[in-house]
Design a protein around this ligand. Structure first.
Ligand code: UT7
Length: 352
């Protein structure tokens, strides 16, 4: 009988197999890409739409402007641009992809999946494809699932996309939500590495009892679309901002502590924190509790608002493009969102 035992507290990812220490493979990010719409919706324009003010929005959220897709642009369009950029930067062709996972809560349509639409557009003829719905935590969930595939022999290259076009489901008469959300897409091509750079640890969680705090009531099997659902504006995002705020500030630290402690690392080891970009006050609270300074944190909520599942991959891709990352850097990504879901990924930047 063979005995396996994971050796915790080490980022080398070792297992004991029949008493011997064996190094496991790691999933590495080979290339990143991102995309966002050209159209800017600033706070002054929102002042004309709902009872709000630039000052209130900046003070309570930190957001100055957000990007909004035009009526012809779909989630698959931004995903495709981000994916092409990630493929180019990774040096991998679309035909080499074994799998495509798209984390989104705003697919082009209920089915087929946005992942299948992208698979066709990219010409990724050898890839399986599926969508994964975890709200704003969609990219972190998808990255974690991709990692598990990459630790098996059959999967060599996986494309992960985080995309949301929240503007398509935002009620621009509801000041509680319309000042927050924006549109975007980020993509990562992942491959296998040895025990150097790559994903060290990931952690996924859910608190389904909190689902009522952030949801879209109609359009699913519980409440199919009808004249009534449209008249009652039930195809829009409904949110209890205060509940999400409380949840977020608590959970970001919990995720980070768990990831670091199970890897034998500390906050001072983190080179770049990429938090979900929901509200500057949530980000600042998390930074303070973790004692991570602003120069080690990606903050783009001012320019993009909350792009949901796209926040983290857009932040990572832009940080890479801006030269904020060097091989060996410890990157901590933490997110929360509808579900309620939460999760994080800890990785060493770079590739073999
Ligand atoms: O990705 C996950 C999704 N969502 C989030 O993470 C959201 C997390 N929550 C938040 O970011 C904040 O709770 C909000 C930005 C949504 C709201 O900020 P807040 O400081 O929690 O405001 P509040 O809801 O406690 O409302 C305070 C006041 C209320 O007026 P009264 O009752 O005190 O007279 C609101 O009606 O501010 C009012 N208010 C606004 N005023 C001007 C709410 N929205 C607006 C607005 N402009 N857009």
């Amino acid at each position: 009988m063979h005995l396996y035992r994971l050796v915790h507290g080490s980022e080398a990812r070792e297992i004991r197999y029949d008493g011997k220490v064996v190094h496991l493979l790691k999933a590495q990010i080979l290339g990143m890409g991102h995309a966002y719409p050209e159209r800017i919706l600033d706070n002054k324009e929102l002042e004309q739409m709902v009872d709000t003010s630039h000052e209130w929005i900046v003070e309570r959220t930190g957001i100055l402007e957000r990007r909004i897709a035009d009526k012809h642009t779909k989630s698959s369009d931004l995903s495709f641009i981000a994916a092409e950029m990630a493929l180019e930067r990774s040096g991998i062709t679309a035909e080499q992809l074994d799998l495509i996972i798209v984390g989104t809560a705003s697919p082009d349509m209920p089915f087929p999946s946005t992942a299948c639409i992208i698979q066709d557009r990219l010409g990724a003829v050898n890839a399986g494809a599926f969508d994964l719905e975890a709200g704003c935590t969609g990219f972190v969930y998808s990255l974690t699932v991709a990692e598990k595939f990459l630790l098996t022999p059959a999967y060599r290259y996986v494309l992960v996309v985080g995309v949301d076009l929240c503007s398509k489901f935002t009620d621009y008469t509801d000041r509680n939500t319309c000042v927050i959300f924006g549109d975007g897409a980020g993509a990562a091509v992942l491959g296998k590495g040895d025990s150097g750079p790559g994903i060290i640890e990931s952690y996924l969680g859910a608190e389904g009892s909190g689902g009522k705090h952030l949801y879209m009531p109609a359009g699913g099997s519980a409440m199919p679309a009808s004249h009534e659902t449209v008249d009652q504006r039930l195809h829009y995002i409904k949110m209890d901002g205060n509940e999400i705020f409380r949840f977020a500030t608590k959970i970001m630290v919990k995720i980070s502590e768990r990831l670091l402690s199970s890897s034998g690392l500390e906050y001072k080891d983190v080179d770049l924190l990429i938090p979900h970009q929901a509200n500057i006050r949530i980000i600042r609270t998390a930074m303070k509790r973790m004692n991570i300074p602003v120069e080690k944190t990606v903050i783009n909520v001012q320019q993009f608002g909350n792009m949901s599942a796209a926040c983290i991959p857009v932040g990572l891709s832009m940080a890479d493009q801006e030269g904020r990352l060097k091989p060996g850097d410890l990157v901590l990504m933490v997110a929360f969102g509808a579900g309620l879901t939460y999760g994080g990924v800890l990785l060493r930047w770079g590739r073999d």
